[in-house]
Design a protein around this ligand. Structure first.
Ligand SMILES: *Cc1c(COP(=O)(O)O)cnc(C)c1O
Length: 396
């Protein structure tokens, strides 16, 4: 039967995507991810990457990657538990633990992988997971892999979280509260001091996914826990090495006990090959740079403030962001996508984000300012926002 190979059921679904107007091709970048890029053959200002510190094409990281390749080769050759645990992996974990001011750090091949592997390893049947409704997809998937019961609390709603704790704490052995440190669509920061207090009151554990806080918040990018001075009071802090750090990978920071357990039970570490030496070499260099100087995070915040103020002065609604993530809220879905398209035609790449990624009627373009943008580039981007905003009557 040849018919079975036609994947007719998928073709039908793809047609549905086209009919509802959400079918798309992936944009193609010609060259490195920088403040200005060649995208689909056109030079544009890039306000869409998570490369917060401009590290992804930094000469020091590239040199470190090449040196690591020369010493350790192109690939690790095995999972860490067999013979893929190189001294460079151990060096990275020790350096990250020092940087994060935690007892230990356990690395994964990505932030996604870290959530997929950690949550199921630290919970089991008879436990309860309480998760913020706006948590990242990898937390949702990681939670699905756990045998624990799950409940969702309203976004950053401490009253709702407390109600769930009050009603359920006694029914479970362990309770784990999971939150993003920085929420990626609005740029708001989790109310971590209050969450930690509630957790301690009800003897629950806390798990903070700080993918957008790593390299951004806290002293020289040490993250949301450092920002609030909560060291020793958050049990599991996830970081990514793929965003501000500019390479690829994820990790969980916490206690030595956590490290020992994950090293025996984290499935992505047992069943998937470890990070390649080039990536690890570059990451080690990036962390050293952050430990040497706050110049990178200082420049990031300075640029973000500059850009946000200019857009606000023009009259754009930049929402409740407390971080360099700068949403420009348009509202209507179709209008948001048209705004994004027109910005691109005028040389600024900012992706439009609409339902179901954000609630209906809150469509926005999400601007990611980085340390690598020059003031001149930011000014040019603001001029384009003003021009298109007036053309589309978003601005008065
Ligand atoms: C981006 C992101 C991840 C995934 O990180 P990768 O290293 O890109 O896999 C996980 N959690 C959150 C909150 C994120 O924003």
């Amino acid at each position: 039967m040849a018919n079975v190979h036609e994947l007719k059921y998928l073709k039908e679904k793809i047609e549905e995507l086209k009919e509802s107007g959400v079918y798309r091709k992936l944009p193609v970048l010609e060259g490195a991810n920088e403040a200005e890029v060649i995208l689909d053959g056109k030079k544009v200002i890039n306000l869409s990457s998570n490369n917060y510190l401009g590290f992804s094409n930094h000469p020091r990281l590239k040199r470190a990657a090449i040196e690591a390749v020369e010493k350790y080769g192109a690939g690790a050759g095995a999972v860490r538990t067999i013979v893929g645990n190189m001294s460079i992996h151990e060096e990275l974990e020790e350096l990250l633990a020092e940087f994060k001011r935690e007892e230990a750090v356990f690395i994964y091949q990505s932030g996604f992988n870290c959530n997929a592997g950690t949550i199921q390893a630290i919970t089991e049947a008879g436990d309860l997971i309480l998760s913020d409704e706006l948590n990242h997809a990898s937390i949702i998937d990681g939670t699905r892999l756990s045998k624990a019961d799950k409940m969702i609390y309203k976004h950053s709603d401490l009253d709702h979280l407390e109600q769930l704790l009050k009603e359920n704490r006694d029914k479970y052995r362990n309770v784990l509260i999971i939150t993003d440190g920085v929420f990626s669509m609005d740029g708001d920061i989790a109310k971590l001091p209050e969450i930690v207090e509630l957790a301690e009151k009800y003897e629950a554990m806390t798990y903070v996914d700080d993918a957008h806080g790593s390299g951004v918040l806290g002293e020289s990018g040490r993250g949301t826990v450092d920002h609030f001075g909560l060291h020793g009071r958050v049990d599991f802090t996830i970081g990514t090495l793929s965003k501000a750090i500019g390479v690829i990978g994820g990790y969980v920071a916490g206690s030595k006990t956590m490290y020992e357990w994950l090293n025996h039970r984290a499935r992505p570490v047992l069943f998937s090959t470890s990070l390649p030496p080039a990536a690890v070499g570059a990451i080690v260099e990036a962390i050293r740079m952050l430990m040497e100087s706050t110049e990178y995070t200082d420049r990031l915040w300075e640029n973000a403030k500059y850009f946000k103020e200019k857009l606000g002065t023009l009259g754009f609604n930049t929402g409740n962001s407390e971080t360099p993530i700068t949403p420009v809220i348009i509202g209507d879905e179709a209008k948001t996508m048209e705004f994004s398209r027109k910005l691109l035609e005028n040389g600024v790449f900012v992706s439009g984000i609409v339902f179901p990624t954000v609630p209906r009627g809150t469509g926005r373009v999400r601007c990611m300012v980085t340390a690598a943008h020059t003031k001149e580039q930011l000014d040019r981007a603001v001029d384009v926002f003003e021009k298109v905003g007036k053309e589309m009557k978003i601005l008065g």
